[in-house]
Design a protein around this ligand. Structure first.
Ligand code: PRX
Length: 655
């Protein structure tokens, strides 16, 4: 671990302007320090006070943090509330006609939904779910495109206390199958198809394929939103149209009051084994985290037009599309399509058209938009913007500078937000009216969050030394467990040697100002276009192909995607001598992975060898594979390698 050293030496510092600081929800470093100190002095009291002030409780809680069964922490447990009530009903008295969602479809068609309308639609859909026998605690899979209906579905589950699990529309039938079975879901909410970049991509038929695989007997309802109007196969025993379920229902639905610890959702994410983890979040603590970070990090103001570009299939789309913005009563933009359709000016045009003030996207999107049209932002009026944000992976300083100068016109602070599916909301991010930023650093932890960079024994390493990023104290929005696998939860996130700290799985270092610089994942998890993919998952998918005997997958730095996937494969037969044949096998394996996991997991490159480089004890030497994938000279010690000749074979790319 102590070998991890930073190579980045970024010295530029950008302080917030006096105007920004003056109007900020947390103003100046003094404001930040005051909150931080309050948390330090009385940690459970700090969170309890915020939970009382921020959330609406049906029944107030009497105890803030219960750590008697650590690491299974509980927050505000005897309090009762409803997340959907906190996101919708709350606004009915004060701002019923305020626009909650400005939805822009792939083809540019815009529709707007007020808080009153959204409340009515959620209530109707919640009643529809109840009419299918869906109750508190039942699991519901949501496999929908970016749409108001997706938010309605999530909020409706929350309203009746059902636990949703959203599966990103880019995942395959196999991935969906795995999640339905693990969650023992009773219903799937999907669409006939999704529209992205002018293309129609079926969803319902993928659900049909999934159910045909067998083992999904728990599913009694498939609710289908008619998005594209294309033909679908119909099974009367299971299928029901979204509009049929919805239209006949009253617009009132009494919320189900649940304990703050009641699971709000499960979201599957990749880890370092072949099986995705069902990250389970709570209701009260989770909502508190998303709301506070809307205020602190996004400096939310009632006049804002907020736009987080993330799909609801990822945690960012949960916290900063489906829950956080609604809970604070924001107007937000939601977009169905892709950033580059019809051209790479789409985001900038949408910012102009909807007068977006706060724009939150991923470094991978920024990099691809730079590549496809770095001067395009100049053709649009971006003067409404006041704050920019990034999430999902480290942002390289050049991309940061372009975002700052060209999109933000050197006027808008950038909040580089570090967090994870497991943390529920931002953990390390600048409060924009307080903390000066440095391109490429997510800066300092938000108030109430304490982090450290430690070695293998949990001992803090010095400044400028790399180590493992840990969060040293429990916090309300954290993962509660892995669905159905508490042992894996404990071992993965709270390993014994880490002294009870939450192990994030990232390596990082602190600079002389205490700023955190994330250096990447420490485990076998890749970040491809900001999406989290386990190397083991991809390897298992490859090995499931009858042609493949063995596979090892590594990441390779990629200009736009951040990382790309390189797979080293040992075939069951001999390595193909004919290049055309080799290319054909490569293509068939890439398609295979796409079908097994989803197009996002397709390896960029596949190479063949008679074997993989292994130590004498049989362990695959991944760092060697990484060197080879990067086309670098091997300078590592290969004396422990059982079969050194294999390296030459693996250096050969299939062109
Ligand atoms: O490696 C870190 C990276 O994304 C991981 C979490 O991925 P996921 O659960 O998919 O959530 C992504 C959206 C919150 C982290 O372990 N990561 C996320 N944000 C940043 C980041 N790396 C560097 N800088 C960030 N701002």
């Amino acid at each position: 671990m102590s070998n991890i050293e930073s190579v980045l030496n970024e010295i530029r510092v950008f302080s917030p302007s006096p105007e920004f600081t003056r109007q900020a929800n947390v103003s100046g470093m003094a404001g930040y320090e005051a909150l931080r100190k309050a948390a330090e002095q009385d940690y459970p009291g700090f969170w309890a006070k915020l939970a009382r002030e921020t959330l609406l409780w049906k029944k107030p809680f009497t105890r803030s943090l219960d750590q008697s069964n650590a690491p299974f922490f509980k927050w505000f447990e005897d309090g009762e509330l409803n997340v959907s009530y906190n996101c919708l009903d709350k606004h009915l008295a004060t701002q019923p006609e305020k626009i909650a969602i400005i939805f822009e479809a792939d083809d540019g068609k815009v529709s707007k939904v007020s808080y009153r309308e959204l409340h009515g639609r959620v209530s109707q859909f919640a009643n529809g779910l109840k009419s299918r026998g869906i109750r508190k605690g039942d699991r519901v899979i949501i496999y929908l495109p970016m749409s108001v209906e997706a938010v309605v579905a999530m909020q409706a589950c929350a309203r009746i206390g059902a636990i949703h699990s959203v599966v990103f529309g880019g995942f395959s039938a196999k991935s969906l199958h795995e999640r339905i079975i693990d969650a023992q879901a009773c219903a799937v909410i999907t669409a006939d198809a999704q529209m992205r970049g002018g293309k129609l991509m079926p969803l319902k038929s993928i659900v049909d394929d999934t159910l045909a695989m067998g083992g999904c007997e728990s599913v009694h309802s498939v609710i289908v939103y008619r998005r594209a109007g294309c033909d679908v196969n119909w099974n009367d025993a299971l299928d029901i149209w979204y509009h049929d379920l919805f239209n006949s229902q009253p617009t009132h639905c009494e919320p189900e009051w649940v304990s703050a610890e009641h699971p709000l959702f499960i979201l599957y994410t990749s880890g370092s084994t072949g099986k995705p983890k069902g990250v389970q979040h709570s209701s009260g603590g989770y909502l508190l985290g998303t709301m506070l970070t809307m205020q602190w990090v996004f400096d939310y103001k009632p006049s804002d037009v907020f736009w987080c570009t993330a799909d609801v299939g990822w945690v960012t789309g949960h916290s900063y599309v489906a829950y956080g913005p609604l809970a604070v009563g924001a107007t937000q933009v939601m977009y169905e399509g892709i950033p580059t359709y019809p051209d790479a000016g789409r985001f900038w045009k949408m910012i102009q058209d909807h007068k977006v003030t706060t724009f939150y996207t991923a470094p991978t999107a920024i990099r691809s938009l730079i590549k496809l049209g770095s001067d395009l932002p100049g053709q649009y009026d971006l003067s409404s913007l006041r704050l920019l944000g990034t999430v999902g992976e480290p942002i390289n300083p050049e991309a940061w500078m372009w975002y700052y100068n060209t999109v933000g016109q050197a006027r808008c602070p950038i909040v580089d937000t570090w967090w994870q599916t497991e943390t529920g909301c931002h953990m390390i991010a600048p409060l924009p009216g307080a903390v000066p930023t440095k391109p490429g650093s997510c800066t300092l932890p938000i108030p109430g969050i304490q982090v450290a960079v430690v070695d293998e024994t949990g001992e803090e390493v010095g400044k400028k030394h790399g180590g493992s990023l840990v969060i040293t104290k429990p916090f309300p929005s954290q993962i509660r467990t892995i669905w159905g696998d508490p042992d894996r939860f404990r071992k993965n996130y709270f390993p014994e040697e880490m002294r009870g700290y939450y192990l994030a799985g990232d390596s990082a270092h602190r600079d002389e100002d205490g700023y955190i610089w994330i250096m990447g994942r420490n485990d076998d998890v890749l970040k491809v276009s900001g999406h989290r993919l386990g190397t083991m998952e991809i390897e298992s998918a490859l090995v499931a192909n009858p042609l493949v005997a063995e596979a090892a997958v590594v990441g390779r730095p990629h200009e736009i995607k951040g990382e790309s996937i390189v797979a080293f494969v040992v075939l069951r037969g001999a390595r193909p001598a004919d290049p055309a044949k080799a290319r054909q096998i490569v293509e068939s394996l890439r398609d295979w992975v796409s079908k097994e996991i989803g197009p996002i997991a397709k390896p960029e490159e596949i190479r063949f060898g008679d074997n993989l480089p292994k130590t004498r004890s049989g362990k695959i030497m991944r760092r060697l594979l990484r060197t080879i994938a990067n086309g670098e000279e091997i300078t590592q010690d290969v004396s422990t390698l059982e079969n050194p000749t294999i390296l030459e074979q693996l250096k050969e790319a299939i062109l």
